[in-house]
Design a protein around this ligand. Sequence first.
Ligand SMILES: Nc1ncnc2c1ncn2[C@@H]1O[C@H](COP(=O)(O)OP(=O)(O)OP(=O)(O)O)[C@@H](O)[C@H]1O
Ligand SMILES: [Mg+2]
Length: 281
Amino acid sequence: MSAGMNDAPDTVTAAAMAEGDAMPLIRLRGVTKMYGSGQAALMALKGVDIDIQAGEFVAIMGPSGSGKSTAMNIIGCLDTPTGGEYMFHGMHVEKLSRDQRARLRRGYLGFVFQGFNLLARTSAQENVELPLLYRGESAASRKILAAQALASVGLAGWEDHTPAELSGGQQQRVAIARALVTEPAVLLADEPTGNLDTQRSREIMELLSRLNQDHGITVLMVTHEQDMAMYARRMLHFVDGMLDSDTLNPHPTGINAPPLAATAPTPPPDAATSSSSAGPV
Ligand SMILES: Nc1ncnc2c1ncn2[C@@H]1O[C@H](COP(=O)(O)OP(=O)(O)OP(=O)(O)O)[C@@H](O)[C@H]1O
Ligand SMILES: [Mg+2]
């Protein structure tokens, strides 16, 4: 685990981390989530057990309302379980304070959402710099790291463009660069291709595959599309707030696919010289 050890919660003692080395990176045990109360109470998760090892690429599928996003949000420390245990690298996340969870999130987790969630009227560069600003990086290092992250998703030369000046696929790449710029151990993607056409979806999936294979980033991705799930090596299927099946995919898509550059969009006119050296991840 490389990123942000200084940001780790106070409870991360050497002993806990040593114990964590023998544990899965992510472990859910009997996790429940109830929304509302009384008559209006709704059990979104009804006792979920999942182990995910560092370096896995996992697709999460299941019908609408089955609890996929709820589980992702709990794993991503955006939400807390009502009951059960969530261990991250041997740490009991459900016992952490809000601040400690925020630090865990900033240090180890990156998010990509269906709607890209970029700031409008803000350049790609500034969008990607944002997590570094929260982390207190200097302006100079923010500039370098964000430019590197954009180059790593095939967007060198597009730094000054705002979301409105980028295609959907490019906006999602900016969002992925923003998630990657802090070097997270885990990338959580909730329907990352939900707003994209098939070709753009494949490009995003190629990118996620490469981040997983070449950079060892653990990837958890929710998708409704079987074709996209086939890029993952493991598939979790949720039904009605429970894990219904957990299967391995012996032949993931994209392992021998051509480099992303072959399908990358053409660079903007003012960036023709800088783009050729910036390969995808
Ligand atoms: N903030 C919330 N308040 C109340 N109920 C919620 C909340 N978030 C989710 N739910 C409910 O919890 C259940 C699970 O929702 P969740 O968003 O996890 O489903 P999902 O599997 O991600 O569905 P989709 O495929 O439509 O995104 C649904 O019945 C939903 O209405
Ligand atoms: Mg959802």
